[in-house]
Write a protein that binds this ligand. Structure first.
Ligand SMILES: C[S@@+](CC[C@H](N)C(=O)[O-])C[C@H]1O[C@@H](n2cnc3c(N)ncnc32)[C@H](O)[C@@H]1O
Length: 212
């Protein structure tokens, strides 16, 4: 292994085994500048497939105001811009990942916030929310869905990925069903799709419509 490969392996280990938010934020701080190139090497495709899923749910309504929650460096935003969307806000709790996103000049605003807490955003502020790669091991618990519902207007849509192994184990499935039973949201689409080609990882691609 080259030094760069060892560093990448160490960072990936830190990202998926972080014990708390501070450790995870440190891992992303160290990764921010190499994140896009490393993910390209890993064959990351979830930013593309999630942008496609949201585009389909929005029916190509390019006026939609969209929150990219857990935006990271803006890979998802770039895919949405390619599909004609223009009004995108980025939210992440890593300043360094947000700095990378800012350098792409595709976001209307960038907000540093923790998705495990109440977000400093108004109720019903968005027509759509997209959250890719963030409901996964050691990142955001299933409670995080509630805030995404709150900031999405009734009739708006939320598209997110859930990593395959974490879906049941981390309580995402149970919380998603609970929100359906409470009529907070209704299912639009749900399917398995590749996450990282090189490692053969799969994710659930989930889209819900928020109910009034
Ligand atoms: C795997 S990256 C995904 C980034 C981007 N959505 C993509 O598809 O490339 C996960 C992102 O979630 C952010 N994140 C993790 N926990 C978070 C939290 N509690 N609040 C806000 N952002 C968080 C990380 O800083 C990181 O940028």
């Amino acid at each position: 292994m080259t030094d760069k490969e060892i560093t990448k392996t160490e960072i990936l280990n830190k990202v998926y085994t972080a014990d708390d938010h501070e450790q995870l934020r440190d891992a992303y701080k160290a990764w921010a500048t190499d994140y896009d190139s490393d993910l390209a090497e890993l064959g990351y495709v979830a930013h593309i497939t999630s942008a496609e899923a949201l585009d389909q749910a929005l029916g190509g309504n390019h006026e939609a105001v969209i929150l990219d929650a857990g935006s990271g460096t803006g890979l998802v935003g770039e895919e949405l811009v390619k599909r004609g969307y223009r009004t995108l806000d980025a939210l992440d709790y890593s300043w360094e990942m947000l700095d990378e996103a800012a350098s792409k000049n595709i976001y209307r605003s960038l907000l540093q916030a923790n998705m495990t807490m109440r977000l400093p955003l108004e109720d019903n502020a968005y027509d759509a929310v997209i959250c890719t790669g963030t409901f996964t091991y050691g990142h955001i618990t299933a409670d995080g869905f509630d805030e995404l519902v709150r900031v999405t207007r009734p009739g708006g849509v939320i598209t997110f990925t859930v990593r395959e192994g974490a879906y049941e184990e981390y309580g995402y499935r149970a919380r998603m069903l609970d929100l359906e039973i409470k009529e907070a949201w209704e299912l639009v689409s749900f399917y398995d799709t590749p996450y990282q080609i090189e490692e053969g990882n799969v994710c659930k691609m989930c889209t819900y419509r928020v109910l009034g």
